[in-house]
Write a protein that binds this ligand. Sequence first.
Ligand code: ADP
Length: 611
Amino acid sequence: MQKVSFFKSIHVKLVLIYVLLIIIALQIIGLYFSKELEENLEANFQDSIFQRIDLVQYSIREEMLKDRDETSPSLEQSLSIIVREFATGDINEIRVIDDRNRVRATSDINNQSIVGQRGNQEIVNQSIAAQTSIDKIAIDAETQNRVWILVAPIFDTVGPQGEILGTIYIESNIENVFDQVNDINEIFAVGTAISLAITIILGILIARTITRPISDMRKQAQAMSRGNFSRKVRVYGNDEIGQLAIAFNHLTNRLQEATSTTEAERRKLASVLTNMTDGVIATDRKGKVILINDPAINFLKITREATLNRPIASVLGLEKEYSFEDLINMKDSVNLDFSTMEDHLILRANFSVIQKETGFVNGLITVLHDITEQEKIEMERREFVANVSHELRTPLTTMRSYLDALADGAWRDENIAPTFLNVTQTETERMIRLVNDLLQLSKMDSRDYKLNREFVEFNKFFNRIIDRFEMSKSQNVEFKRYLPEESYFVEIDTDKLTQVIDNIISNALKYSPDGGNIRFGVTVQENLLKIMVSDDGMGIPKENVGRIFDRFYRVDRARSRAMGGTGLGLAIAKEMIEAHGGRIWAESEEGVGTTIFFTLPFELDEAGEWD
Ligand code: ADP
């Protein structure tokens, strides 16, 4: 949030408004007061002059109307005495002017020369013409002071009905009145300044009471926007601002609750997205990736930065087949092959649109599910069914052709019939073996079979099986045993393990050349017993060694079948060894020989003999 500059702050604005209002109020009061005062003082001044004028008029009229003889002083002298007597205080000068506009007397001693001369002041003529008093304010030429000039006519009777005898010209010093007004105005101005200074200080203090809570709230709002909800606004009172502060604090609490709920939800969602095994990719309404979880990143083998903001179709490698609109309208899932040289990866992508009630598309969520294993199982299943059908069809076809031949009359031929019957018998046995093997595998797959475990000494057990083969063998093959002296006890299902070893030895015999050796070995590797059956047979090509434990896998199909093999022996052996907690593998070199290894957990003592 922006910082409020000092001059733009409410605080300064309030103080300014306050001060301006006070200045305006004081100005209005001051103007009115000073004008009234001036008028009042002026009126008082004039009143005091007027009061004196009445008396002067009277004395002058008496003097002018008086009969004079030689002994009596001249009119000028008498008038001079009168005017000098009255020209006191504020009156600068009094002149008496007769009806012929001649100055008859003046109170100004320095201006006696004008006595007897014609006065030609305009104001005097006006007064005579109007037969009334006229006054005006003028500037004294000498002193530059303001003077009040009053010209009043003198009638021969009291009141204005009589004939004009002359006029009185009075010049009084009104400057004092203005000086007084100025003094009072000055006092007023100083008072105004003092009161302004006081009110500014008070204004600042009062404005603070309003602006401080507002400023507090501003700061808190700023803190809140930064995610800090711990601050609280101080409540200064119960006025509107106090109430606002309380509401603001309440709002802060609610916002904090809401934010923490949202944050918790966000974390939950993030944790769900991270910990789920499926990949999730979300886009905005334009199809640009805005969210991708870790599993999706691992599946697609890219970085988050490289994905964000890229179109979803291009991230999924579908840009050639589908546009974003196609993906939005996609009802079915799409299988994506992300296999590399190293590993196989098939993903199933399901798309769901985030839509508003109005139908406006907000984005697309893509869920990527790893179906590699599922696909593999499905493929194996299909292969298995095909294999089983094939394995069953071959002996059945053979049998049918032989039975057909017998039915066609071969049964009568004593030489051929037993051979043909023998073939059908062999094929039937092979089918029984195959079905038995399949049943056994299916039992192991369904995991509802149990091992009947018992403790046996392994060397003894192994020797017995080798002996059996040695006694019954028809080939010229030599058996060599490399078995240790020590006793190793294993807890095994003897029937099942006999079957495994039988299968391995019979394979070794099957593929051993005349005069070859078969070596049997037992060693201890870490805490496991490692058993080895090695022959000098034809061997297995390197690339196929790992596959001989797969169901129905045979290096040479025709040869294996001719030898009566089902192709399931080693697959069953693998299941069984693993059920016993061991591992089985083969090492082979073409033309040199094959070695089959398997391991079993063992004890050095028979469990029962411990105590
Ligand atoms: P089969 O019934 O065909 O013997 P197995 O599962 O026992 O089926 O063996 C699978 C395949 O492994 C055989 O068909 C054979 O090609 C190969 N194999 C097994 N043991 C040997 C061995 N000792 N020497 C050469 N090839 C072998």
